[in-house]
Design a protein around this ligand. Structure first.
Ligand SMILES: Cc1ncc(COP(=O)(O)O)c(C=O)c1O
Length: 410
């Protein structure tokens, strides 16, 4: 059955595509009725030739925009050489990528995977293994403290500690070993850590929850608590990292260095799924041959694109751009209060915008915006998330805000 919103899609091509997808694909998403055929920079074009400003950018996977020429060139070069070897053999793109990412993160070692959830799983395995083998926590007692409102992906273990009923319910039995505390509450975290705790896993800014920024100094307090208790601080920077917030990592805003970085999304340049964790040797070396792996993780194409991404970030220009344009965006969004915006959280080129629930839902707002040629995503009731590509111009951000304003009008 078609969702009612599909009626808004233009053109026969879009309608027939949506109908076929509805019939043959599992309904695990509820996409806006837009069928994208092409993308370039901050813009996409649908099957009927209509252009949209992409203000979601693949939840930050497209930080460099669609088909960034440097990334496409690097991918094309690698496509003509070799794309997949498996880790049963070495390949000539691996060392360069891992060394560059180790340097960007300031860590000794990285472990590449594919999706973000896999990288989170990798960090959980690493923390537990480190807890047993290095800290001497009795098996299988290791506990990881996680945050209320978290989003770390969709695997069975990861949703075991999600408090979002849609993500969590009816998938049990659940993986034990997680303790949830309120996000942003250092005292609650202190109380939750005991001698079985091996790690604290958190998003430095909670993306899916609505771009929730913790109180000032919270990340420092987490860092201090972890250091004082000998617990690993694991920062899931899959959405917040790699220049989105105006710094390479969101933790940089508080000069905090976690023990483990979890990275994904933009690491693949919007071309291939590339994720990774990064940690120092004293932690990472508990992983030995056979204890973890992936057929596709660290493949030549992924490493080539990932290496180019890291090289682009090493210059700092994307971070600087996100910081500068982020201020422009925040300033303009602040002007939307008279139109029904009741909450606003911005960090770099990333914003959570709460609209008055009496006015409309976030979904309704994104539908109205799509009709006016701007794509964004709602989350939890009346909040929308904005994460335009870092290559967007000031004019394009102005257009985005104007479209939100128009879409808020009755
Ligand atoms: C903070 C965070 N962690 C993990 C994930 C999961 O990544 P993936 O969808 O690539 O598995 C996401 C995806 O939105 C995320 O935002």
């Amino acid at each position: 059955m078609l969702h009612t919103t599909t009626a808004r899609a233009r053109g026969a091509d879009a309608l027939s595509h949506i109908a076929a997808a509805e019939e043959h694909a599992a309904h695990n998403y509820h996409p806006l009725p837009v069928v994208i055929a092409e993308g370039s920079g901050a813009w996409v074009t649908d099957v009927d030739g209509r252009r949209y400003l992409d203000a979601l950018a693949g939840y930050s996977a497209l930080n460099f925009g669609h088909r960034h020429p440097r990334l496409v060139a690097r991918a094309e070069r690698q496509l003509r050489r070799v794309t997949l070897t498996s880790r049963a053999f070495h390949h000539d793109q691996f060392a360069g990528f891992t060394a560059a990412l180790a340097e960007l993160t300031g860590k000794d070692k990285v472990l590449p995977m594919n999706s973000g959830a896999e990288a989170v799983e990798t960090a959980i395995k690493l923390a537990r293994r480190w807890g047993y083998l290095v800290r001497g926590v009795p098996e299988p007692e290791a506990r990881i403290v996680v945050m209320a409102g978290n989003f770390h992906g969709r695997t069975t273990t990861v949703i075991s500690f999600s408090d979002d009923p849609e993500a969590h319910d009816h998938h049990g039995p659940y993986t034990p070993g997680f303790v949830t505390v309120p996000y942003g509450d250092a005292a609650a975290l202190r109380d939750a850590i005991d001698d079985r705790t091996v790690a604290v896993l958190l998003e430095p800014i909670q993306g899916e929850a609505g771009v929730l920024i913790p109180p000032d100094r919270y990340l420092r307090e987490v860092r201090q608590l972890c250091s004082a208790t000998g617990v690993l601080m694991v920062a899931d920077e899959i959405q917040s990292g790699l220049a989105r917030t105006g710094r390479t990592f969101a933790c940089d805003h508080e000069d905090v260095v976690p023990d483990v970085y979890v990275l994904g999304k933009a690491l693949g340049g919007g071309i291939v799924p590339v994720s990774a964790i990064a940690a120092d040797a004293a932690v990472m070396d508990v992983i030995t041959p056979g204890t973890h792996g992936s057929t596709f993780g660290g493949n030549p194409l992924a490493c080539a694109v990932g290496h180019e991404v890291v090289t682009m970030l090493a210059g700092g220009e994307f971070q600087e751009r996100a910081a500068r344009l982020g201020e422009v965006l925040a300033g303009q969004l602040a002007g939307l209060t008279p139109y029904g915006v009741v909450g606003l959280r911005c960090r770099g080129l990333w914003a959570g915008v709460d609209v008055d629930p009496e006015l409309m839902t976030g979904r309704e707002l994104t539908e109205r915006m799509a009709e006016r040629g701007v794509l964004a995503k709602d989350t939890h009731g009346s909040t929308i998330r904005l994460a335009p590509p870092l290559v967007a111009t000031e004019d394009e951000l102005g257009h985005l805000v104007a479209v939100i304003r128009d879409s808020l009008q009755p």
